[in-house]
Design a protein around this ligand. Structure first.
Ligand code: NAD
Length: 460
């Protein structure tokens, strides 16, 4: 269902009218395309507090390889003096708005240093280009230093508040890190058009050694990825994006979707696997179909059977629990136990903001998606230690698919607008986030639940 309001506000009369009436002003988001893979403009690096010199030096290297750059010029970050309690910056060439701002606030340890955050961003935030990025870098909270923990937690409130006010399709995210090179894949994602619908997020990156892929344009080359529920909607976009990144994709869907699943597999040069994921032996059947092993497992299949609890018979409860949660647990266990998921593997499960915030009429769905979050948080450290496999979740907000097209008009319109970007996301937004988590260099991103929701007002 096309977002006609978004198309209307993209016209001059539409902009005039919506401004006069005080209506939401969604901006057309700049998304990735092969012709325009990077944000246009410079990257501005700012510093607040006193960052560790080694971390600052590593960060300078990573940003020099990563960030947006002036069109036609080689990639490179604007240099910033890496120390001092006052914020320091090196600006973009005069007249050119920065496409991205990275504020290194890892060295913010007290309330005074928080003043540097204000001093650094206050003068430049207005100049950030439309669809630009603000990325704040923070440190893990120090359990032994409540002043540091207060200052670092303050960055979360700051990030989320700025995300709500910045507008013009711009996003604001916080990355907590201890090692710049381990965060390279995350910074590449957040500083690119691929993260168009990800805002207000706090992402923790651990200290694992990152392995740069041999081919940056096809980081999943030589790897096999299985996507459940891939015949249409978000799953189809995930399959396409992982295939773009070089993976051999196994398109799994139910017999009723066989035609679409086979057509997609053929288009992507992959394989179709026609299987109901709720079958008790689904994990064993996947393992048997993949004797060469599996590198990326995407639990995307999902269903809704909405009713308020007072009107919900067990027949509407069980299938949601079976598809969205029980089968995810069973197949994950089977594919880890059989060794089908190889070391270096990635599991990405699909939660939902309904599982984080709750939603009237969705006790079954909300419970199943919250269960996915529990699975991810508990399994992630063990799966990494015992199998070398990371486990993360994406939590989509309102995404334009057949699932959301079926929502009654007024509720649908509210769902679309109630986020900082004032629009629904596209399946490709969830797919790009999944591809970042599936990336071979994302081994330090584990146990995270990343919302792809345009910073929805629903939930924390
Ligand atoms: P969709 O209904 O368009 O597609 C779901 C796919 O899963 C279909 O191809 C379907 O055949 C398949 N499927 C269902 N049951 C299956 C089973 N037992 N075995 C194998 N395949 C099965 O849904 P979508 O909107 O693309 O959503 C994809 C995922 O994203 C779901 O987990 C959904 O809960 C989640 N999600 C979607 C939104 C949204 O706004 N669309 C928001 C939050 C979360």
């Amino acid at each position: 269902m096309a977002d006609r309001f978004l198309s209307f506000t993209g016209t001059a009369p539409g902009r005039f009218l919506t401004r006069r009436l005080g209506l939401p002003q969604p901006a057309t988001l700049r998304r990735w395309s092969p012709e325009r893979p990077a944000l246009d403009g410079t990257l501005l690096r700012l510093v607040a507090g006193k960052p560790d010199p080694d971390l600052a030096a590593g960060l300078a290297d990573v940003l020099a390889r990563t960030g947006p750059h002036p069109s036609g010029a080689p990639s490179g970050a604007s240099a910033a003096a890496p120390s001092g309690t006052r914020a320091e910056s090196a600006g973009a060439p005069s007249g050119q708005p920065p496409a991205a701002v990275v504020l290194d606030a890892t060295g913010v340890r007290d309330v005074d240093a928080l003043g540097d955050v204000h001093a650094a961003l206050h003068p430049v935030v207005r100049s950030v280009a439309a669809s630009g990025r603000v990325v704040v870098l923070g440190a893990p909270l120090d359990a032994a230093d409540h002043h540091q923990a207060a200052a670092q937690q303050a960055l979360k409130g700051f990030t989320r508040s700025l995300g709500k006010e910045i507008g013009r399709g711009r996003t604001v995210n916080l990355v907590r890190l201890t090692d710049a090179s381990a965060a390279e894949s995350t910074l590449r994602f957040l500083l690119s058009p691929k993260s168009a619908y990800v805002s207000g997020q706090v992402i923790h990156v651990g200290a694992d050694a990152a392995t740069a892929p041999e081919d940056r344009d096809r980081p999943l080359a030589g790897r096999t990825a299985l996507v459940t529920g891939a015949a249409r909607g978000i799953g189809e976009a995930v399959a396409e994006t992982l295939a773009r990144d070089g993976a051999h994709v196994v398109v799994l869907d139910v017999p009723a979707a066989e035609k679409d699943a086979r057509a997609l597999a053929e288009r992507l040069g992959g394989t179709a696997l026609i299987l109901d994921i709720t079958a008790a032996d689904a994990g064993e059947r996947i393992a048997a179909a993949l004797p060469g092993g599996l590198d990326v497992l995407i639990h995307n299949a999902g269903v809704t059977r909405d009713r308020r609890l007072v009107n919900m018979p067990a027949e509407r409860w069980s299938p949601v629990m079976e598809v969205n949660l029980a089968s995810v647990l069973r197949t994950t266990d089977a594919l880890l136990a059989s060794g089908t998921l190889r070391p270096g593997g990635r599991i990405v499960a699909t939660a939902s903001i309904a599982g984080l915030a709750g939603n009237a009429g969705q006790t079954n769905y909300g419970a199943s998606k919250a269960g996915v979050v529990g699975l991810v948080r508990s399994l992630a450290p063990r799966a990494l230690e015992q199998h070398g496999v990371t486990v993360n979740a994406v939590a989509p907000g309102f995404i334009e698919t057949r699932m959301t097209a079926a929502i009654p008009l007024f509720i649908r319109e509210a769902g679309r607008r109630m986020n900082s970007l004032a629009q629904g996301g596209l399946p490709v937004d969830v797919a790009e986030t999944t591809a970042w988590l599936a990336h071979p260099a994302s081994g330090a991103v584990n146990g995270q639940v990343v919302r792809v929701c345009g910073q929805s007002l629903l939930g924390a």
